[in-house]
Design a protein around this ligand. Structure first.
Ligand SMILES: NC(=O)c1ccc[n+]([C@@H]2O[C@H](COP(=O)([O-])OP(=O)(O)OC[C@H]3O[C@@H](n4cnc5c(N)ncnc54)[C@H](O)[C@@H]3O)[C@@H](O)[C@H]2O)c1
Length: 267
C-alpha cells in the first residue's frame, strides 16, 4: 500500500518546477490533500486549477509568501485543520543566486537568506509542535548540492542551502525519538524556471526524472537525498578526494569567470 495514501501535505513553491512536481506526485500516489503555497498568484491559480480537475477535493492553493512567518503559519495550520492531521511538509520555495562577488550587496544577502533559509525555518518550526503533539510527521526541506559542496560565484546561495541542510540533519537526530522524520533534497540541475531566461545547463534532468529519484529515496526515509548520480560524485569527491575537488572547483571558477567576461552569464 502506498505510504502516501490519505496523507495531508503542504508544499511551498508549489506553483512551478520541483514544488509542482512534488504536488503532482503526492496526488498521484494517493494523498488526501495537498496545500499548495506559492507567491505567484497567476501560476498558482493556473496549476492548482488544472490539478483540481484531475483530483477534485484534494487540491488547496493558498497564496503564501514564505518570507512572512504569519503566512507560512496559516498555510500549515489550515492543512492540519483540514482532517486533524499533518503528515508531511515540503519547505521547498527558494531561488537561485549566481553572481560575481562585486555584484553581491547586503540586501541580496538578506533577501536570499530570508527566502531560502528563513522561509524553511518558519515552515519547519511551525510544523514541529503540531507533529510532536501527533507523535508523527515528516518535514522535507529543499537544499541543493551547492549546500553540500562549495561553488564559486554562488557564495550567497551556498550559504543559504548549507544552513537548510545542517538544520534539517540536526533536527532529525534530536526529534526522531518522538516519531518525527526529516529529509533534505539536494538536487544538481533540474530543468525548471529557476534558470530564468537562460537555457537549462547541460546535464540537467527533467522534473519527472527528479521526482522518480526523490520519491524512491523518500520511501526509504533517506535523510540526505542527492540527485542525480553524477552530482553525488561531486559530493563524494569533496569528502574523500580533496585534491580532486580543489581542481574541479578551480576549473569551474575559471570557466564561470570566462563566461561572465565573454557572455555576461555563468554558463
Ligand atoms: N532547479 C534546480 O536545478 C535546483 C537545484 C537545486 C536546488 N533547487 C531548489 O529547488 C527549489 C525549487 O526551485 P525550482 O527549481 O523548482 O524553481 P522554480 O522557480 O521553478 O520554482 C520556485 C517556486 O517558488 C516560488 N517562490 C519564490 N519565492 C517565493 C516566496 N517568497 N514564497 C513562496 N513561494 C515563492 C516561485 O513563485 C516558484 O513557483 C528551490 O529551493 C531551489 O533553490 C533547484
Amino acid at each position: 500500500m502506498s505510504q502516501w495514501l490519505n496523507n495531508v501535505a503542504v508544499v511551498t513553491g508549489a506553483a512551478s518546477g520541483i514544488g509542482l512536481g512534488l504536488t503532482e506526485h503526492l496526488l498521484k500516489l494517493g494523498a488526501k490533500a495537498v496545500f499548495m503555497g506559492d507567491l505567484k498568484e497567476e501560476n498558482l491559480t493556473k496549476e492548482s486549477g488544472r490539478l483540481k480537475q484531475q483530483y477534485p477535493g484534494k487540491v488547496f492553493p493558498i497564496l503564501t509568501d514564505v518570507t512572512k512567518r504569519e503566512q507560512v503559519e496559516s498555510l500549515i495550520r489550515e492543512a492540519k485543520a483540514f482532517d486533524g492531521h499533518l503528515d508531511i511538509v515540503f519547505n521547498n520555495a527558494g531561488m537561485g543566486m549566481t553572481v560575481p562577488t562585486e555584484q553581491v550587496t547586503f540586501d541580496i544577502w538578506k533577501f536570499i537568506m530570508d527566502l531560502n533559509f528563513m522561509g524553511v525555518v518558519y515552515g519547519t518550526y511551525t510544523a514541529i509542535p503540531i507533529m510532536r503533539e501527533q507523535g508523527f510527521g515528516r518535514i522535507v526541506n529543499t537544499g541543493s548540492i551547492v549546500g553540500r559542496v562549495p561553488a564559486p560565484y554562488q557564495a550567497v546561495y551556498a550559504a543559504s542551502k548549507s544552513a537548510v541542510i545542517s538544520m534539517t540533519e540536526s533536527l532529525q537526530y534530536e526529534l526522531e525519538v518522538e516519531g518525527l522524520s526529516f529529509g533534505v533534497i539536494c538536487p544538481g540541475n533540474v530543468r525548471t524556471a529557476i534558470f530564468g531566461s537562460l537555457a537549462p545547463p547541460p546535464g540537467s534532468i527533467s522534473v519527472e526524472d527528479a521526482m522518480e529519484i526523490i520519491f524512491q529515496e523518500l520511501e526509504k526515509k533517506t535523510l540526505i537525498i542527492i540527485l542525480p548520480d553524477e552530482v553525488r560524485e561531486y559530493d563524494r569527491m569533496y569528502r574523500e578526494d580533496r585534491a580532486g575537488f580543489d581542481q574541479f572547483a578551480r576549473n569551474l571558477a575559471a570557466e564561470r569567470r570566462e563566461n561572465y567576461r565573454t557572455k555576461g552569464t555563468y554558463y
